[in-house]
Design a binder for this molecule. Structure first.
Ligand code: PHE
Length: 467
């Protein structure tokens, strides 16, 4: 008897996949990389790579997953039995778990900042008094950056919140595909859109916000260097959770009669739209407060609290509400993504090692907690420990987003293009010839998967290696 669970409907499948895609990458990374790399010019490259590269990779992963109804390791083995391709399945079990470990550290930071916003820490009378005059604004900036720096470099508090974040993931994943993941993501993903829209309207209503809008939409092709192009492509990969087996695993829970092209396109569109809204939610506020937009990683944890403090001068309650909504958004976005990473590892243990979900989750969580512990401490007591010139946290981040994700994507597309038979790919893509539109575009899609995607991604991979 096949007891494997499925997503109940197209809607829930899309919400789970979009939930995986929409994460810290959209809210925290997208706005500032767009700004640093030529605004709208960057967005154009991002769009083109989403369309011509990411959709083929997305479809490759989905087809492998849905066809075999297996998680990564088993899927490759089932399609080409006995070949060494199955080891690549194993690689993609580890990649998401490494990401999960350091991602959860940032997830923990977002819980801490939610707690801070719930205790009105950005609108204390002292901060508001200082924020009221331009002369003392620097004091506010400094105390908020000390707040953030003090927090992430300390030993215990980040660990407490990191553990909490991981524990929450474990609870959802132990709940299973239907009563855990599906139930959680079908509510949180739509809520995320509502929250980020609210924040965007607030942000756009601030005086001086127009400069932020201009920053995002004005194309500056002179900034579109080759490294900007690479970064646009890298951003698209990361944001769509590609090359690590998460999409494959989620697709293995999609029903046979579902149209994979539809789920893929919706996920890509939702992810992109969300990233754009997040950009319009964050950048106008940043400009309205007169802050350097290329602030980078500290943007959401240092800059936005400054904006909350400043807006709190006249309307403390509104500012507090927006701050709370903002950190809830970040937390939910992080959770829906991290759950997909954890599930990819757990599905492997359940499918392949025939373990119970509870046991598999606990074992994996223990391993990831240990790695995450080092990532978290690498901001504090272990700041001097370097691997190839990077802190432990940065090493995990760079190794996965610059190399393992692209490598995984090359392998997935090459597998579908060169290892699976064309007839089998066609059958899966068109649901046995039933989906007429898919049938009509099959040759183009196949060409992209077989030739274009592996070649272009290999170029990206090599450039990341040498640059
Ligand atoms: N796509 C997620 C984000 O934008 C990150 C992610 C990467 C999720 C890899 C799953 C797998 O934050």
């Amino acid at each position: 008897m096949n007891t494997r669970e499925n997503f109940g409907s197209r809607f829930t499948a899309i919400m789970a996949m979009a939930g995986s895609a929409i994460g810290l990458g959209n809210i925290w990374r997208f706005p500032y990389v767009v700004g640093q790399n030529g605004g709208a010019a960057f967005i154009i490259v991002y769009l083109l790579s989403a369309l011509f590269l990411c959709i083929p990779i997305f479809l490759s992963e989905s087809m492998i997953g849905r066809r075999t109804q297996c998680s990564t390791f088993g899927a490759m083995d089932k399609l080409v039995p006995g070949s060494s391709w199955k080891w690549m399945g194993l690689l993609t079990v580890f990649t998401p778990l490494i990401i999960f470990s350091y991602y959860s550290v940032v997830g923990g930071w977002s819980i801490e900042y939610l707690v801070k916003s719930l205790s009105f820490s950005f609108t204390t009378p002292e901060l508001r008094a200082a924020a009221a005059s331009t002369a003392s604004e620097a004091v506010v900036r400094e105390s908020l950056s000390t707040m953030f720096g003090g927090f992430i470099t300390s030993t215990w508090m980040p660990l407490v919140f990191f553990t909490l974040f991981i524990a929450f993931n474990a609870v959802v994943v132990i709940g299973g595909v239907k009563s855990g993941i599906e139930k959680f993501t079908k509510v949180t993903t739509p809520v995320l859109f509502v929250l980020i829209l609210l924040i965007m309207f607030y942000s756009l209503s601030l005086p001086g916000s127009a400069a932020g809008v201009k920053y995002l939409v004005k194309p500056d092709f002179s900034k579109l260097t080759s490294s900007a192009i690479l970064s646009a492509m890298g951003q698209a990969f990361f944001s769509l959770s590609l090359g690590v087996g998460c999409i494959l695993t989620y697709a293995s829970y999609i029903k046979k009669e579902e149209n994979l092209l539809t789920t893929g396109i919706y996920t890509v569109i939702f992810d992109l739209v969300f990233a754009m809204i997040a950009g319009f939610a964050i950048m106008p506020a940043v400009f309205a407060a007169g802050i350097e937009p290329g602030a980078g990683p500290g943007l959401i944890f240092e800059t936005l609290p400054f904006i909350f403090a400043k807006m709190g001068v006249n309307m403390p309650w509104l500012s507090d509400v927006v701050a709370i909504l903002f950190f809830v958004t970040i937390l939910f976005a992080a959770l829906t993504s991290s759950i997909s990473m954890l599930e990819t590892g757990v599905a492997y243990m359940v499918d392949h090692k025939k373990m119970s979900r509870v046991k598999a989750t606990l074992i994996i969580v223990a391993g990831c907690w240990t790695l995450g512990l080092f990532c978290s401490l690498s901001y504090g007591p272990l700041a001097n420990v370097h691997i190839l010139g990077n802190t432990i946290f940065d090493f995990c981040d760079k190794m996965t987003s610059n190399f393992l994700m692209t490598f995984g994507s090359i392998l997935f597309t090459a597998f579908v293009g060169w290892k699976m038979s064309k007839a089998e790919v066609k059958d899966e893509f068109t649901n046995g010839g039933e989906k007429k539109f898919n049938l009509a575009i099959f040759n183009v899609v196949y060409f992209m998967i077989k030739y274009v995607a592996p070649v272009v991604i290999t170029i990206i991979f090599v450039s990341n290696l040498v640059l």
